[in-house]
Ligand binder design. Structure first.
Ligand code: SF4
Ligand code: SF4
Length: 130
């Protein structure tokens, strides 16, 4: 049976003194174009994944910017990396790189180890980079 009534929402105030912004700073270093984002939501409006799920890329990157990281990595797995959001962004934010790097920063994976399995296997077998 559907529950009626209302619930008290969690407070949305940001305490800038307590925010842990190290991940945000790292992300801005990796994707400088994100500094140009105006939060217009064009990325969400064009998103392929948003058509099938409640995935909302603007909400995710805004939460990241506010240092509210809980659950973001799990949500980011729904992105198909199709790049449509990249094509429509009026500010030229490299959203696909933003998504990849949000996952990289959330998982503490550096740029060297975050490689396709094929490349890693080649390296293990002494093939090096191509
Ligand atoms: S479309 Fe670009 S400017 Fe607009 S919210 Fe998305 S990333 Fe930010
Ligand atoms: S790259 Fe990801 S966030 Fe961007 S439009 Fe495609 S599915 Fe959506």
């Amino acid at each position: 049976m559907k529950q009626f009534g209302f619930t008290i929402s969690k407070g949305r105030q940001l305490n800038f003194d307590e925010m842990k912004t190290d991940k945000v700073e790292k992300l801005l270093e990796l994707v400088p174009s994100y500094k140009l984002c105006i939060g217009c939501g064009g990325c969400t409006a064009s998103c392929s994944a948003a058509g099938f799920t409640d995935f909302n890329i603007r909400k995710i990157h805004t939460s990241f910017l506010r240092a509210q990281y809980d659950g973001l990595d799990e949500q980011l797995k729904r992105c198909m990396l199709c790049g449509k959001c990249l094509l429509v962004c009026p500010r030229g934010v490299n959203t696909r790189s933003l998504i990849i790097n949000m996952r990289r920063v959330l998982n503490n994976v550096d740029a060297v180890t975050w490689r396709p399995q094929r490349e890693l296997k080649q390296k293990e077998q002494g093939g090096g980079e191509q």
